[in-house]
Design a protein around this ligand. Structure first.
Ligand SMILES: NC(=O)C1=CN([C@@H]2O[C@H](COP(=O)(O)OP(=O)(O)OC[C@H]3O[C@@H](n4cnc5c(N)ncnc54)[C@H](OP(=O)(O)O)[C@@H]3O)[C@@H](O)[C@H]2O)C=CC1
Ligand SMILES: C[C@H]1O[C@H](OP(=O)(O)OP(=O)(O)OC[C@H]2O[C@@H](n3cnc4c(=O)[nH]c(N)nc43)[C@H](O)[C@@H]2O)[C@@H](O)[C@@H](O)C1=O
Length: 359
């Protein structure tokens, strides 16, 4: 008999920022039958490989956190890769999940789906009521298609495929690529390297006037499990008839200029921050309305300053570990051993301060 905790759960994208956090959250909550397959062994854009996976495994639920993801520069530079691979991944995984009887799936969309000049804070009902932000429109179209895939399979086949729309995320196991990463990991790394090199100034892209909402990724992971496990009555009662997806955010926004100051303080960089207005700001604001999720009983817990400290800590560990995949494995092994202690996610990070520490 399959119980809640030993159901077979496939976490697609488990080595990434979101996927690794979802694995940590599932292990903390006692789930003991997780399926994870690295990208090097399974290309989710290849329908035949995805079909073989679902034929081989009896998958009860899927967290679809695999995607081609990047910051404003990456989205602006590789539009074909972003729209093709994200549509291929979501189409293959959602269709094969349905074909093989997987009843539950959680799709990760993004706040980019909303119009560039949507009302702030942005309600779920703002979807498709205006022009998208040009710097990431292809990616946003792919994400909107993912929402519609889930909604359509639910309507026609009676599946329970749900979509969450997170705001900008940060935390352990992010991509710190200087050009293609998001603002927090990319700027954190640049500030760290500038501190070590004794550089007098560090470039910050854009005017610094753009505003962003940030959510610590372990908060997001908890929200994903919360939405996945909502009863059908509660989920439909909160979302129907208007919305096919649920926003997930912290409700707190900050200017990029203020964020850069906080990052410099976190890293301990004392030089000058220089704003490069030749780089795009992207959308001026994208603060999400998280009223539906709050009313259902979930709220973010990790404040930005605390989250930045934990992220810098995990960045330093990733430097030691050599790659983020190694860190993801280390975090996963640690959380498995610490499951019975139910340490809050942020405290878990401290536990990694020294892998030799007693458990
Ligand atoms: N980061 C953010 O700020 C936000 C992210 N999201 C959404 O959350 C989800 C996860 O994003 P995030 O964790 O940041 O992304 P990451 O890039 O950190 O992780 C993506 C994961 O997907 C895997 N992957 C990528 N392509 C393939 C493929 N073709 N086949 C198999 N695996 C693949 C990657 O493996 P590998 O690295 O080995 O290629 C990695 O494990 C995405 O849907 C994204 O749109 C939404 C809002 C904000
Ligand atoms: C998360 C969500 O939203 C993403 O869009 P975005 O919010 O514009 O992503 P971003 O983090 O790259 O930029 C945020 C702001 O920050 C400024 N900025 C300053 N300095 C750096 C810098 O060094 N790097 C980056 N990347 N931005 C910088 C940058 O100019 C911009 O004003 C999508 O890519 C998409 O991934 C998506 O789903």
């Amino acid at each position: 008999m399959i119980t809640q905790l030993n159901q077979r759960i496939f976490v697609a994208g488990h080595t990434g920022l979101v996927g690794s956090a979802i694995v940590r959250a599932l292990r903390r909550q006692g789930y003991n039958n997780l399926l994870t397959v690295p990208h090097s062994h399974l290309d989710l854009t290849d329908q035949a490989q995805v079909r073989q996976l679902f034929q081989r495994e009896q998958i009860d639920a899927v967290y679809l956190a695999a995607a081609t993801v990047g910051g404003i520069h990456a989205n602006n530079s590789y539009p074909a890769e972003f729209i093709y691979s994200n549509m291929a991944i979501e189409t293959n995984v959602i269709h094969e999940a349905w074909r093989h009887g997987t009843q539950r799936l959680l799709f990760l969309g993004s706040s980019c789906i909303y119009p560039r000049l949507a009302p702030q804070p942005i309600p779920e009902t703002a979807l498709m009521h205006g022009a998208l932000e040009p710097t990431n429109e292809p990616y946003a179209i792919a994400k909107i298609a993912g929402i519609k895939l889930c909604e359509s399979y639910n309507r026609q086949y009676g599946t329970r495929y749900r979509s969450v729309m997170p705001t900008n995320l940060y935390g352990p196991c992010d991509s710190y690529h200087n050009e293609n990463g998001h603002v927090i990991p990319a700027l954190m790394r640049r500030l760290h390297e500038s501190k070590l090199a004794g550089a007098n100034e560090v470039a910050v892209w854009g005017t610094g006037e753009a505003r962003r909402e940030f959510l610590y990724v372990d908060d997001l992971a908890d929200a994903c499990l919360f939405v996945m496990n909502l009863s059908e009555d509660r989920y439909r009662g909160a979302t129907l008839p208007m919305v096919s997806h649920i926003n997930v955010g912290s409700g707190m926004e900050v200017s990029i200029a203020r964020l850069a100051q906080l990052l410099a303080q976190t890293v301990g960089y004392g030089g000058e921050l220089v704003f490069d207005a030749s780089k795009p700001d992207g959308t001026p604001r994208k603060l999400l309305d998280v009223g539906i999720l709050n009313a259902l009983g979930w709220r973010a817990e990790v404040a930005l300053e605390r989250g930045l400290r934990e992220t810098y800590h995990s960045f330093l560990r990733a430097e030691q570990a050599g790659t983020r995949q190694q860190l993801a494995r280390a975090l996963d092994q640690q959380s498995r051993r610490r499951r019975e202690m139910y340490l809050p996610p942020v405290a878990l990070e401290h536990a990694y301060a020294d892998m030799r520490s007693p458990y």
